[in-house]
Design a binder for this molecule. Structure first.
Ligand SMILES: Cc1cc2nc3c(=O)[nH]c(=O)nc-3n(C[C@H](O)[C@H](O)[C@H](O)COP(=O)(O)O)c2cc1C
Length: 317
């Protein structure tokens, strides 16, 4: 079983990846998308999105971090993929799912799903620009407006040589609206020979078991659920392997994750960034831990990291 942390722009950066992978259970991470529009991006852009390139492309806990590229120009994407590979990326992931209007208007993300041949051309071009053993993966939705092309989307990724296909089980138009349509993943999987990774709305061990049954995929990617329940991958693996695992308590999350997160985010960027991210994370964690819901209400108007730290410590009493 393979569990990756799905890429999330504005959420899963270097700091979050380091903290979540320190808990265990995750086999891979992907950076936030890097937009490729007009040029070969300089090294510093890659190091900014993926500081792990300086440590062999691995988080401190040894989990590989794939670099995600987003764009519509095969040649430019190939040049950039080559650069990321040269800098030491363990793999290149391609974003064919982003629903953002600006991104789609500039010929990137989910808009490419309207024409699966474009996925084929992009992935083939990138494959031919990289050494044979370099790993290129593809992340898609079920389609743009409807799901009629979902099999073609899977086939395009497979025949172009992608090593893995992650499917967020919604169309672009469906956005993030529940439910995720895992049954379409099964359709896509049955039509291709590459490993398929199911993604979308796997919030619990029970969801995982239902998703396996419906999609036929044991491999999954967790986005928002990993942010809301940092030890979800461990819980799923423990349930499958029938090993003991007690879910992390509020206190453990505070001590091992949330307090270090504030400090590390400040070191990574600055205090304002750390404050905003701490508020964002406490809100997500409130989905699992009621204590975080109260903490979020207390800190949401705070303007200093030290005040947030004090409120956090007080919440343990
Ligand atoms: C805030 C946010 C940012 C996202 N950023 C990316 C991204 O950079 N690249 C990408 O391929 N998908 C991105 N996604 C989609 C997620 O990877 C994932 O496919 C989606 O959230 C469904 O999975 P989940 O229910 O496990 O969250 C993003 C989703 C959210 C909510």
């Amino acid at each position: 079983m393979f569990i990756s942390i799905a890429p999330m722009e504005g959420v899963f950066d270097f700091v979050t990846r380091e903290l979540l992978t320190s808990i265990g259970g995750y086999d891979q991470c992907v950076t936030e998308f890097i937009r490729v529009t007009t040029q070969l991006l300089p090294d510093k852009v890659y190091y900014r999105y993926c500081p792990e390139l300086k440590t062999g492309g691995l988080t401190k806990s040894g989990v590989p971090v794939f670099v995600q590229l987003l764009g519509g120009d095969p040649n430019l994407l190939a040049e950039n993929a080559h650069k990321a590979h040269e800098l030491g990326a363990p793999g290149i992931d391609l974003n064919f799912g982003c629903p953002a209007k600006t991104v789609n208007r500039h010929d990137g993300g989910a808009t490419l799903l309207k024409n699966p041949e474009r996925l084929f051309n992009i992935i083939s071009k990138i494959k031919s620009a990289l050494p044979e053993d370099a790993t290129v993966t593809s992340k898609v939705r079920l389609g743009f407006t409807d799901k009629s092309l979902c099999k073609d989307i899977a086939q395009a990724s497979c025949s172009a040589g992608a090593a893995k296909l992650t499917v967020h089980a919604r169309t672009k138009v469906e956005g993030y609206k529940p439910p995720a349509h895992w049954e379409y993943i099964a359709l896509m999987k049955d039509n291709v020979k590459l490993p398929v990774v199911a993604n979308g709305d796997i919030w619990s061990v029970e969801d995982y078991l239902r998703c396996v049954e419906i999609s036929g995929c044991k491999d999954i990617a967790l986005g928002r659920p990993a942010f809301a329940k940092p030890d979800l991958a461990l819980q799923i693996k423990a349930a499958i392997n029938k090993t003991d695992n007690s879910p992390l308590s509020y206190k453990q999350i505070i001590e091992k994750q949330f307090l270090p997160f504030g400090k590390m985010s400040e070191d990574y960027k600055d205090e304002k960034f750390a404050i905003n991210r701490s508020k964002q994370w406490s809100k997500y964690l409130g989905r699992t831990y009621p204590e975080f819901e109260s903490l979020f209400q207390t800190i949401k108007t705070e303007h200093s990291l030290e005040a947030i730290r004090q409120h956090t410590l007080n919440s343990l009493n």
